[in-house]
Design a protein around this ligand. Structure first.
Ligand code: NAD
Ligand code: UFG
Length: 337
């Protein structure tokens, strides 16, 4: 029996595969390398000393996905595959709706045909309504402000409805907050294409000299130092959350949405200072205007994950900064080097 990991060559997928293999699970991967490199999977094999089957293909190809499930005796699916750049989704909404929705529809269709009942879906804190109060519980009102967010919202609804209609299905919608950092080995990590949109990869690229300086997007928010507050989460903690979600899904049916975050918020300047302290490097930064659509603060109430999955983040902000920098300094140009 094996777990099918869609988008397994990506940032979160590659870390999750390491965690699953270490727990003795068998995995099979499908990825079209739209936003990743086969090198990531080669390194996962090197790191764990374990081999697994990899299919280069598109999750929107329903028949291929069904064949993979049958050929590999798949019992659960973790669905990471999707486009994730918020800004690009505003410019090219159809690209996002097409890939992110059709991949999930094809996957569910193939699962039903092949008799695979368990699905763990990568959702996001972006599904929460902008005015919701923090800390965010899973019961808060939902609503999005960009096409990427709406694809997560719609996928959640599609999966909920599929569970309703098919009582043998067991699905978990994991709402991630801000995943950062890398495997402590420095062999795998986040490898954004082009200029990073997110804070931590931008800081890492500034530290390594690929960017001249970080622009802090606004210092007039209603937070302790005026800069935006987020719930940063070590990618290895996030990976363990997926392993726990697979075990949870095995023992039940139905659909649950679960936050994965630490429950603690850090500001942009907190992160800059923590990064400088953990790594003994200086980050040049300037204060710039606010980025449209950004919130003052966004952090989770992670108690449902502890209650249902027995999962709690254990890694500190220092771990996130140290491991992120270890990856970046060993791989200044990511997997391309
Ligand atoms: P990523 O881009 O590194 O990984 C996604 C992988 O999916 C890539 O390897 C890409 O090539 C592949 N892919 C995309 N479309 C595909 C398709 N149709 N068929 C096959 N492969 C396809 O992204 P990530 O950061 O690892 O994120 C994984 C998932 O988690 C995504 O769904 C993302 O939206 C979600 N998520 C990410 C974050 C974050 O901050 N990184 C936060 C919340 C949710
Ligand atoms: N920031 C900067 N400068 C930068 C980049 C970011 O000051 O160059 C700030 C932002 O304004 C924000 C904080 O750093 O205050 C975090 O920004 P990120 O872009 O790293 O993360 P977001 O919380 O804005 O977005 C992330 C994911 C989205 C997801 C969202 C859901 O990138 O995909 O969380 O909460 F939708």
């Amino acid at each position: 029996m094996s777990i099918l990991v869609t988008g397994g060559a990506g940032y979160i997928g590659s870390h999750t595969i390491v965690c699953l293999l270490e727990k003795g699970e068998d995995v099979v991967v499908i990825d079209n390398y739209d936003n990743s490199s086969p090198e990531a999977l080669r390194r996962v094999m090197q790191l764990t000393g374990k081999e697994f089957k990899v299919y280069e293909g598109d999750v929107c190809d329903r028949d291929l996905v069904e064949r993979i499930m049958r050929e590999n005796n798949v019992e659960s699916v973790i669905h990471f595959a999707g486009h994730k750049a918020v800004g690009e989704s505003v410019e090219k909404p159809l690209k996002y709706y097409k890939n992110n929705l059709i991949s999930t529809l094809s996957l569910l269709d193939a699962m039903l045909a092949a008799g695979v009942n368990r699905l763990i879906f990568s959702s996001s804190a972006t599904v929460y309504y902008k005015e919701d109060t923090v800390p965010l519980t899973e019961d808060e009102r939902l609503g999005c402000i960009n096409p990427y967010g709406w694809t997560k919202f719609m996928n959640e609804q599609i999966i909920r409805d599929a569970c309703q209609a098919n009582p043998s299905l067991s699905c978990v919608l994991l709402r991630y907050f801000n995943p950062v950092g890398a495997h402590p080995s420095g062999m795998i990590g986040e490898d954004p294409s082009g200029i990073p949109n997110n804070l931590m990869p931008y800081i890492c690229q500034t530290a390594v000299g690929l960017r001249d300086h970080l622009t802090v997007f606004g210092n007039d928010y209603k937070t302790h130092d005026g800069t935006g507050v987020r719930d940063y989460l070590h990618v290895c903690d996030l990976a363990e959350g997926h392993a726990k979600a697979v075990s949870f899904a095995r023992g039940r049916t139905g659909c649950e949405a679960i936050n994965l975050g630490t429950g603690t918020g850090y500001s942009v300047l907190d992160i800059v200072k923590a990064f400088e302290k953990a790594n003994g490097v200086k980050i040049n930064y300037v204060i710039g205007p606010r980025r449209p659509g950004d919130l003052d603060e966004n952090y989770s109430d992670p108690s449902k994950a502890e209650r249902l999955l027995g999962w709690k983040a254990t890694r500190t902000i220092e771990d996130m900064c140290r491991d992120g920098w270890n990856w970046q300094s060993k791989n200044p140009r990511g997997y391309r080097a």
